[in-house]
Design a protein around this ligand. Structure first.
Ligand code: MLT
Length: 271
């Protein structure tokens, strides 16, 4: 997997670049996943150029020496685009990857050809959610990542996915448990400290695709509908029967939605 070094803090960032055609699509993974979570998109959108980073501490990217912010992760994505001489891309993420995508919009909007926001939310954490993150970070540090996986995993997938596709749950368990406990703790605290992105929704003037699973228990479709309506040029697609990890649970539907969105963008750009 190629790497770039982010010079100011000597951090290596690993990423996959599939090198296909069309407008490049950046896919930013959720918590505590890694770039492997986008495998069904890498396989199913093989005619597209996908740029898929491992965020700090996950997959092949080492954890930073110092805690980071989600804004820093968005800057890492911009630096990957610099390294690849990609001026503009569609930038997207799932859940925590969506939080990073909002930061990318805040900091690098001139580089955005479109946004993809999957199973995510613009709101900052409530005080209660922050306390819960701190508790989970302590559990990760004291008991290891498996303690966090054990608590989160049952909430991630739709009941039908758990029944019919136990292999998806096992794949996620393996991926989550592979995350070093300190990386999990640091990411939890970065998410707890993230800014509220609700005020920037109205500023998003790039074409935006919002996707949510109909059974997403973490970011319910009704809430998603409410915030997506505040983005001027957003389209919301609900994936029936998917939970919070819609790209893994219903990859064909997810890929078709993304392909249609990218086709529409390209048609718009040449019209
Ligand atoms: C994720 O899937 O990235 C997490 O559910 C995000 C979060 O904990 O807020």
């Amino acid at each position: 997997m190629p790497i770039i070094s982010v010079d100011h803090d000597q951090q290596d960032i690993h990423y996959r670049d599939t090198g296909g055609g069309g407008v490049p699509l950046v896919l930013i993974h959720g918590f505590p996943f890694n770039s492997e979570s986008w495998s069904p998109q890498i396989a199913g959108l093989s005619d597209r150029r996908l740029i898929v980073p491992d965020l700090r501490g996950f997959g092949e990217t080492p954890l930073s020496a110092h805690p980071y912010t989600l804004a820093r992760l968005a800057d890492d994505v911009a630096e990957i685009l610099d390294a690849l001489s990609v001026r503009r891309a569609v930038v997207g993420g799932l859940s925590m990857g969506g939080y990073v995508t909002f930061e990318f919009w805040r900091r690098h909007r001139d580089r955005v050809a479109g946004l993809l926001l999957a199973d995510t939310r613009p709101q900052a954490d409530s005080d209660e959610a922050r306390l819960n993150r701190a508790r989970l970070a302590t559990a990760a540090r004291e008991e290891g990542t498996a303690a966090v996986t054990g608590e989160l995993l049952p909430k991630l997938l739709a009941p039908v996915t758990r029944q019919r596709h136990p292999e998806i749950e096992e794949r996620l368990r393996k991926m989550m448990n592979a995350a070093p406990s300190e990386a999990v703790a640091v990411a939890l605290m970065a998410m707890a400290a993230r800014d509220d992105s609700v005020p920037i929704l109205a500023t998003i003037d790039a074409p935006t695709l919002v996707i949510v699973g109909s059974e997403d228990a973490i970011v319910p479709p009704a809430d998603t509908r409410e915030w997506a309506a505040r983005i001027p040029d957003a389209r919301l697609d609900v994936i029936a029967g998917a939970g919070h990890v819609s790209n893994l649970e219903r990859p064909d539907t997810f890929n078709q939605m993304v392909a249609d969105f990218l086709d529409g963008l390209e048609a718009g750009a040449t019209a």
